[in-house]
Design a protein around this ligand. Structure first.
Ligand code: AMP
Ligand code: GLY
Length: 422
């Protein structure tokens, strides 16, 4: 089978490397660190299966266009992708489906919407949670205890000054507290099949969960506090009712559904749905899948997902190495050294996320420079989280470029919890 992966980050590198176990793989556009990267558009590429990584092209209807041309596609159409590109619609769907989620209200940018949003804030206790309804690369959510900051954020979003059109419709939510966990299910339009492992992302830029939200600075799987039985319970709470509700609305959802939960003292609550694999969550989930991934995704794309997903008990930890200035203004063009040494650490895989070719246009390039905010995803694998974590950080220490930054506490709590639960 020939598979065309669409996208250009670490998630797509992980897709390509796992799919390549059983299939021929090209990646469009890919990047200078991903073998098989091609410059032709998906529409111009011949392949037996298209796997679309990021939310942007999905929301933009790429899956619809490819399907209209008779191609087999893993990824929802624009209708289903609205679960992520319109948080207002997502909240309506999951509320109709009976999925437990934070109380909320939505507001538009007209004068009445502004007034109603400010008035609604006044009725809520802190923390205040204000979300752009549209896509904002994981950065459109403000959680704050300061009411004045919440009011200012409502104005900046609705005015379009902070997130352009993505913020002209907002969702204000009840603030919740608790640990977070992400789960993934493959959907074939009728059924949702769970990837039976929980993943925890670390979204803030700084150690100790400080500083601004990012696309994700590292993650870990599995989790001692969310075992396989707990995964199945969360899945039953969210995936099945949502797929039933989507079917009722004539949405034929074929692709991955990513559910982010908060485990609150009152029980689990759905925070968000994404319509694609998480990045970097995919990097610690996909390599542990023991099925033939190409067959699995092709089955979902064809509406015939029958297999259970088998996943290794191994742990994986991913540490994101980022460019100086990320997330506000990452600097690019710095020369990356130590990649071969990092890849030589046993149990380590390094996926290329935001890189450019150091030697001109060659792809894959022997020498790489930084080319984006999140540059490399350093993944350690081992029999438990502590070993996986040690391996990942051992490899991180081999890498260098001017201004390279990373969190030093990825999976620290989970490694301790795993040790205690043994
Ligand atoms: P989202 O993109 O909706 O997952 O939100 C990004 C992050 O904001 C989440 O991972 C949470 O850490 C936080 N967040 C979102 N919604 C809430 C909420 N209702 N209460 C508290 N924190 C939240
Ligand atoms: N890492 C968070 C996301 O992919 O949305």
């Amino acid at each position: 089978m020939k598979v065309c992966v669409v996208g250009q980050g670490g998630r797509e590198h992980a897709f390509a490397s796992v799919l390549r176990r059983t299939a021929e793989v090209v990646v469009t556009p890919g990047n200078a660190g991903i073998e098989g990267s091609i410059s032709t558009s998906p529409e111009e590429t011949e392949a037996d299966l298209f796997v679309i990584g990021p939310e942007g092209p999905l929301a933009d209807g790429l899956a619809d266009r490819l399907r209209a041309d008779g191609r087999l596609v893993f990824g929802p159409g624009a209708d289903g992708a609205a679960l992520e590109s319109s948080k207002a619609w997502m909240k309506e769907v999951v509320s109709a489906a009976g999925v437990p989620t934070a109380a909320y209200a939505t507001f538009d940018s007209d004068p009445a919407g502004h007034r109603a949003a400010h008035a609604y804030l006044e009725t809520l206790p802190p923390p205040y949670v204000i979300k752009t309804s549209g896509l904002a690369a994981g950065k459109g959510v403000l959680v704050t205890d300061e009411l004045a900051q919440a009011h200012a954020d409502v104005d900046a979003k609705l005015d379009g000054t902070s997130f352009g059109d993505a913020g002209r419709s907002i969702v204000i939510e009840e603030g919740m507290v608790g640990p977070e966990v992400s789960l993934f299910a493959l959907c074939d339009g009728r059924r949702a099949t769970l990837l039976p492992t929980a993943v925890r992302d670390h979204k803030r830029i700084g150690d100790g969960d400080t500083g601004p939200n990012t696309g994700g600075m590292g993650c870990v799987s599995p989790l001692a506090d969310v075992d396989r039985a707990a995964c199945a319970e969360l899945a039953a709470l969210a995936f099945e009712p949502t797929l039933t509700e989507l079917t009722r609305r004539r949405v034929d959802y074929r692709g991955v559904l990513y559910a982010g939960f908060m485990l609150t003292p009152d029980g689990p609550r759905l925070l968000e749905f994404n319509v694609r694999f998480g990045d970097p969550e995919a990097q610690v989930a996909l390599p542990r899948i023991e099925n033939d991934l190409a067959l699995l995704l092709a089955g979902a794309a064809a509406g015939e997902l029958t297999d259970e997903i088998r996943i290794s008990d191994d742990a994986m930890v991913c540490v994101v190495c980022a460019a100086e200035g990320y997330p506000a203004a990452p600097r690019t063009g710095d020369v990356i050294t130590g990649l071969d040494r990092a890849r030589g650490v046993p149990g380590v895989t390094v996926f290329c996320a935001g890189v450019g070719a150091g030697d001109g246009q060659t792809v894959p390039s022997a020498s790489l420079v930084t080319g984006g905010g999140r540059v490399l995803n350093v993944c350690g694998r081992g029999p438990d989280v502590a070993v996986a974590r040690d391996r990942a950080y051992e490899a991180v220490r081999q890498l260098h470029w001017p201004g390279m930054t990373y969190r030093t506490d990825i999976a620290a709590a989970e490694a301790t919890a795993a040790a205690v639960s043994r």
